[in-house]
Write a protein that binds this ligand. Structure first.
Ligand SMILES: Nc1nc2c(ncn2[C@@H]2O[C@H](COP(=O)(O)OP(=O)(O)OP(=O)(O)O)[C@@H](O)[C@H]2O)c(=O)[nH]1
Ligand SMILES: [Mg+2]
Length: 335
């Protein structure tokens, strides 16, 4: 989501800074001003890069509650703040070396001794925040991978036990290409696809698998789905696997459905998936019989109509001043 520039590693930062400064020659007749230039070059470079790191991260308080919760689960916002604080400290300390060095040069200290002192101090300051820089770069990668959401668009969250076909369904309904595999826990982060229903563009979110357990017993990966249900879902699509080929018993899947119904006051559609499978039998009334793997276009259209019926009375179901939709004929499915 965020376009945060790469966070430099400590070694890279020092190498570059010292290499750049090494190009500044210290001549015999002008040792003091030349050394000052060298020192300033290192301080400006390191201070500038560190400052850019601090400034390029978003203010976490200003993020939408969904992102706040998501990032808290993924890396811990307090940890991120601490590392940003450490980098800010490093930047301030590096920059404070400028006046110190100038004073010593003015006093007549040996230029080379002053330069070595500054280089040594900068090295040790940057080394102190080496782990923070690595951590912030990891965070940057997490944030970059997090899909950009339209908080005002109607949003359907697909949830259910692991391995029941959530990602397969998202692929079938939209152009999104989340990974699909025949083992549980394939999806470890949320994925977004878009589906056009008439003039409305809805967001469909694929989430990591959930187990039937209390939210506070869930691991951070499962909780991403809970955060989505809590903060941005206008409706939920709960997928069940009556074949149990996912590896999970029907009874457990039912308990999860109960938990979701009891915890979130959301309109729901329940899909009994894998209808193409030889072990398939419908076990519930009022559910949609479906095969995410081999549904025909007509069957997909029917599911889309059910989704429309479910969501069209919601508050976000309104035609927005179009930026992408204009000039394009509305279609039943955005495929
Ligand atoms: N026969 C059959 N297999 C299906 C169907 N839908 C999904 N599968 C298979 O079930 C397995 C799991 O599918 P995924 O879409 O990865 O399941 P998921 O719910 O996203 O799984 P996690 O991300 O691990 O929670 C894959 O091998 C799919 O091919 C279906 O309608 N019929
Ligand atoms: Mg998946």
């Amino acid at each position: 989501m965020e376009r945060i520039p790469t966070v430099p590693r400590a070694e890279e930062l020092k190498d570059r800074a010292f290499r750049r400064a090494s190009k500044i020659e210290v001549k015999k007749g002008s040792a003091v001003p030349d050394t000052r230039k060298k020192i300033n070059s290192v301080i400006d470079y390191v201070g500038g890069r560190l400052n850019k790191v601090v400034k390029s991260f978003p203010t976490f308080e200003n993020l939408h509650p969904f992102y706040r919760e998501l990032f808290d689960l993924m890396f811990g916002i307090d940890n991120a703040r601490q590392s940003l604080g450490a980098v800010q400290w490093a930047k301030d300390n590096v920059q404070s070396l400028g006046p110190q060095a100038r004073q010593r040069l003015k006093k007549g200290d040996d230029p080379d001794t002053v330069r070595k002192m500054v280089y040594g101090r900068i090295s040790s300051i940057v080394d102190k925040v080496a782990d923070d820089l690595l951590f912030l770069d990891d965070i940057r990668n997490v944030m970059k991978k997090t899909p950009e959401l339209d908080m005002e668009a109607p949003t359907l969250v697909i949830c259910g036990y692991p391995n029941v076909g959530k990602s397969t369904l998202l692929r079938r309904l939209t152009r999104a290409e989340p990974e699909v595999a025949h083992y549980p826990f394939t999806t470890k982060e949320i994925h977004i696809g878009h589906l056009r229903i008439g003039k409305i563009r809805i967001q469909i979110m694929d989430t990591p698998g959930l187990f039937d357990r209390a939210v506070d017993e869930m691991n951070p990966i499962e909780r991403q789905g809970i955060a989505a249900l809590r903060h941005i879902a206008d409706a939920a699509l709960v997928i069940m696997d009556p074949t149990e080929t996912s590896g999970f018993e029907w009874e457990s899947q039912l308990s999860l459905l109960d938990m979701i119904s009891g915890t979130f006051d959301l309109p729901k559609v329940i899909v009994e998936n894998k209808s193409d499978h030889e072990l398939y039998r419908t076990r519930m009334e009022g559910s949609v019989r479906f095969s995410a793997l081999s549904a025909t276009d007509d069957e997909v259209d029917e599911l889309v109509s059910t989704i429309e019926e479910l969501m069209s009375s919601g508050p976000n179901w309104a035609v927005k001043p179009p930026s992408t939709a204009r000039g394009r004929a509305p279609r039943a499915r955005d495929k």
